[in-house]
Design a protein around this ligand. Structure first.
Ligand code: COA
Length: 576
């Protein structure tokens, strides 16, 4: 089918759905929901069999849904309506939630139901639930809905009217306001504070104050109780910069804030937004909450290094901390080191928000990419053991290439990779990608991946030779299998031969072209991106960090806007 996505943004759910439906053989084109007239034009150009709206912030124009089958993905159970579905579900501590695919009608979220899925809720942020459970449920429900289109057209199947199949499950819920989210530090216990912060993360955060200044709070985790502390007081800091805030019955860590005043009105690590105040706090150890953590298998053969940076973004300081942790992990007497990245994102490359907040954005971009390259280099030079990138979550740009620096790359089923840089203002990219990408897929395919700028499903990435394997229906299945496979790798009879082979390959590659030469050539291009006359990267980063509204759909996503685009029926007619 020709499927047109009408969406507010090409977010994680839209990317996964886009990649899955293309893999199913559908022709998918994307139009951002910018204005009614633009959406109408897209529909006229693409003449879709069905319009799918994976992520909308306003109603579909009647001129569209009256004429064309339009399916809305709602992140709520059947009958639930309103713009803050997931926020309320977390806030109210629901044990189960769901996704409903409904047909657009005049009343928002009230159309007949085409398909629905349910999932058990998990103690996690809204963004994490959205990227994982909601996205998986949406893929399944949209697939089911699309499979019903032919029967519906032939009159053999009718969708269920919302009021008939809603039962007791849901209701219209208004947009959640900051008044609903606000924390009463004198009364709310840790569980309530966590629920409020989780329901608002990644957006919009909870409006509160830190160090006497109004700001929005993000990135919370339960922390160790602090004896005798006044509830609401900031009582400590973690080595990675998060601050500890006392509650009536314990404490929570806060890792990120958005200040409402000042020069940088976007999300930043607390220790950057409030550098002086955080530096004055006492250090409090909490190994489980730290972004970087290391453990070993019971037999000591496999090391696991996790680096769970918020949103997968890696600042200069975080890259340096990771390089040190990596060196320490590599010095351990293990045989295999598995790099686990973060839970939701394996890595998304350099930290564009901390770059944006720097005194010199060019200098900070330069420092960050060099620190990132140093992590890659440490991994590439690790010839004393085998290394594995175990991608539990999505990866983008430099984060993808960091994974390719490992000897073996595995990804969880459903992981979406964006192994390219150009979407960020034509950034050339570094992280030794000019060495790593062609060595895996060949020069021609490497050029196509970079030029296409499209999200790639892990399964497809295996077919393309970009990564080695994709498995695990969910995170715990993936982690279990990573442990088993890494253990098998460490215990295999051919381990010494594999290690020798790796050393020989590295030496041969180095003799042909040193890693330093790849780095130098990439950085010469990056220098132009950062310091040159073309400001595209700085403009793109500014809009990305400040979440500027979309004003057009990129051509590589909007097939119907390609020069010479014609629907196949017209092609056939023109040919006869
Ligand atoms: N630096 C800072 N923040 C980043 C980031 C980065 N490199 N990559 C992602 N984020 C943040 C986003 O701003 C967003 O923040 P929010 O919590 O305030 O909403 C969050 O991570 C999730 O990103 P989002 O874009 O909504 O996720 P997605 O799954 O829809 O898209 C990517 C994933 C990787 C395609 C997209 O985030 C992206 O293009 N990131 C930039 C990658 C890049 O160019 N890195 C620099 C070159 S190495």
């Amino acid at each position: 089918m020709r499927v047109l996505f009408l969406t507010h943004a090409f977010n994680s759910l839209s990317q996964r759905l886009f990649a899955e439906l293309r893999a199913d053989g559908h022709q998918v084109s994307v139009e951002f929901d910018i204005a009614d007239a633009v959406a109408e034009e897209a529909v006229a150009l693409f003449r879709p069999d069905v319009i799918v709206c994976p992520f909308l912030k306003r109603a579909v124009p009647a001129s569209i849904w009256r004429e064309h089958l339009t399916l809305i993905v709602h992140p709520g159970v059947v009958g639930d309506r309103g713009p803050s579905a997931l926020d309320w579900a977390i806030h109210e501590g629901r044990s189960e939630w769901g996704v409903t695919v409904l047909q657009a009608e005049a009343e928002m979220d009230a159309g007949p139901v085409w398909a629905a899925r349910r999932f058990p809720m998990r103690a996690a942020t809204k963004a994490s639930l959205y990227r994982n459970e909601v996205t998986a449920a949406a893929v399944a429900a949209v697939r089911e809905a699309l499979a019903r289109v032919d029967a519906w057209r032939a009159g053999r199947w009718v969708p269920c009217p919302a009021d008939e199949c809603a039962g007791e499950q849901g209701d219209w819920r208004p947009a959640m306001r900051q008044a609903d989210r606000s924390i009463d530090w004198t009364r709310d216990g840790t569980a309530t504070v966590m629920a409020k912060l989780c329901a608002a993360d990644g957006y919009p955060g909870v409006a509160d104050a830190l160090f006497g200044e109004a700001c929005w709070l993000f990135d919370a985790q339960p922390g160790p109780p602090s004896e005798g502390a006044t509830a609401g007081a900031v009582v400590g800091r973690r080595a990675d910069g998060a601050v500890l805030r006392a509650t009536v019955d314990g404490a929570v860590w806060i890792g990120h804030v958005r200040r409402s005043a000042g020069a940088h009105p976007f999300k930043l690590p607390v220790q950057i937004a409030f550098a002086q105040q955080v530096a004055a706090l006492p250090l409090t150890a909490d190994a489980d909450a730290e972004a970087i953590g290391y453990r070993e298998s019971a037999d000591g053969h496999v090391g696991f290094l996790r680096f769970d940076f918020y949103n997968g973004a890696m600042s200069t300081a975080q890259c340096e901390a990771l390089r040190v942790a990596l060196e320490q992990a590599l010095a351990r007497p293990t045989r295999v080191l598995a790099l686990e990245g973060g839970r939701d994102f394996w890595s998304n490359g350099i930290h564009l928000n901390t770059v944006e907040a720097a005194r010199s954005v060019a200098d900070e971009s330069w420092a960050n990419i060099n620190a990132m390259n140093d992590v890659c280099l440490t991994l590439l030079l690790a010839t004393d053991k085998l290394t594995v990138a175990a991608m539990r979550g999505n990866a983008g740009a430099g984060g993808c290439f960091l994974a390719l620096a490992a000897d073996v790359v595995w990804a969880r089923e459903g992981v979406v990779l964006n192994p390219h840089y150009r979407n960020m203002g034509n950034l050339y990219g570094s992280e030794y990608w000019t060495y790593l990408l062609p060595r895996r897929v060949g020069t021609g395919a490497a050029g196509a991946i970079m030029a296409d700028r499209l999200p790639l499903l892990a399964g497809r990435a295996v077919e393309a030779g970009l990564i080695d394997a994709c498995f695990g229906r969910d995170l715990s299945a993936f982690e279990r299998e990573v442990a088993a496979r890494a253990g098998a790798l460490a215990g295999a009879g051919d381990y010494p031969a594999r290690l020798a082979c790796k050393r020989a390959a590295r030496a041969a590659d180095e003799a042909e072209k040193p890693l330093a030469a790849y780095r130098e050539a990439e950085l010469a291009q990056m220098r132009r991106n950062f310091y040159g006359f073309d400001p595209s990267y700085h403009v793109a980063r500014y809009h990305f960090v400040n979440k500027s509204a979309q004003s057009w759909t990129p051509r590589h996503l909007a097939l119907h806007r390609e020069t010479g685009w014609r629907v196949p029926e017209d092609e056939a007619e023109a040919a006869t």
